[in-house]
Design a protein around this ligand. Structure first.
Ligand code: GLY
Length: 356
């Protein structure tokens, strides 16, 4: 595909976004357009997108099964095969229309097909809008282990249209809030004070906060695109959060958690650990814990669950030389990376979580 109109990875919102999208299609003249959807976005979002593709090419639609459980190599294989059968070439364009599963997997498939073809992200979930679709992390899970296989490669552009949020069930909106709250915690007290009382029913305010959240993420990614240091802070709450999510995905007696639900628990745990390790003030711990429990239900962890979750920490992508490394806080907005945490302290954090 020819040079994109704009610097790669830019985010365009609402009305302007569709104009830029149209210009990109006209100017780059892709040999084929392939839209990746899942079952839900095929049903609820595809018609909205198709109305906005005004080039002569009739897009091919490739639909994957819905849910994190399908974010894996076997789904990727099916998409690579479909692209090949439908004649995609290096001048083709992939459009990822969906939540984090579609943008992660679609970006990975595009980045590896014929050594990489162009793709655009059109996130339809709050989580994908404020996190997954931004910053070029693409990949799939390895068994239950999150995002173990992947590449960092920016989309041509990200189209942000908050109209898609109307297609989401409420728990998926809440799931995305976890990442917005995380942005508040790592960014600083002023933004945290605004975001912690977010009211999703007040549309203009909610949309302004979504945009601010994206700006925070973009700023961090721009400073450290390859996650050498600062970008690690975006993993706040994710070390334990990912392990909890993986564990719940496979444990027969557990309900699969949405990403945000697992991250919300991970944030409370990491904040307790921050209090014990770096003296994060008690009032900040209380404030963050109360906020998380306001939006997210408490999960139950038995001793056996905690042991299994701790075992999963060895697969965290931030680890070095076999050591599990956490992102922690001295206070809201004051982060520390590469922190070593003992298992005893993790147990105490789960104790705090249970008794809050
Ligand atoms: N989701 C964390 C990052 O993009 O770095």
């Amino acid at each position: 595909m020819g040079k994109a109109l704009n610097e790669k990875g830019q985010v365009f919102r609402n009305g302007t976004a569709w104009e830029v999208f149209s210009d990109l299609l006209m100017e780059s003249k892709p040999s084929g357009v392939f839209v990746i959807t899942d079952e839900n976005t095929h049903k609820h979002c595809l018609h909205y997108l198709l109305k906005r593709i005004d080039v002569e090419i009739v897009p091919e639609i490739i639909t994957i099964l819905e849910g994190e459980i399908h974010k894996n190599i076997s789904t990727s294989l099916k998409v690579w095969e479909a692209l090949s059968e439908k004649g995609a070439d290096r001048n083709s364009l992939i459009i990822n229309l969906g939540g984090g599963v579609v943008t992660d997997l679609g970006g990975f498939v595009a980045s590896t097909f014929k050594r990489g073809i162009s793709f655009i992200n059109i996130p339809t979930s709050l989580l994908a809008m404020v996190d997954a679709s931004i910053g070029g992390k693409n990949g799939v899970d390895l068994g239950p282990l999150k995002n173990q296989i992947g590449v960092i490669n920016l989309p041509e552009m990200v189209i942000l249209d908050t109209e898609f949020l109307n297609t989401l069930p409420p728990e998926h909106i809440t799931s995305g809030l976890a990442e917005m709250l995380k942005h508040g915690i790592i960014h600083g007290k002023e933004y945290w004070e605004r975001i912690k009382n977010i009211d999703v029913s007040k549309k203009p305010e909610f949309e302004a906060l979504i945009w601010d959240s994206i700006e925070i993420k973009k700023e961090i990614v721009a400073k450290d695109p390859l996650e050498k240091n600062l970008r690690k802070t975006l993993n706040y709450g994710h070390t334990l959060g990912h392990a909890i999510e993986s564990y719940f995905l496979e444990a027969p007696d557990k309900k699969t958690l949405l990403h945000g639900e697992a991250v919300a628990a991970g944030i409370v745990l990491a904040t307790y650990i921050s209090m014990e390790t770096y003296g994060l003030p008690n009032e900040s711990l209380l404030d963050i814990s109360k906020t998380m429990f306001k939006y997210f239900p408490k999960q139950t962890f038995s001793k056996r669950d905690i042991e299994a979750i701790i075992k999963l920490l060895v697969f965290d992508k931030k680890n070095r030389n076999g050591q599990v490394l956490f992102v922690l806080l001295e206070d809201i907005g004051k982060h520390r990376t590469d922190c070593i945490v003992s298992n005893d302290l993790i147990y105490r954090a789960f104790h705090y979580y249970k008794n809050f």
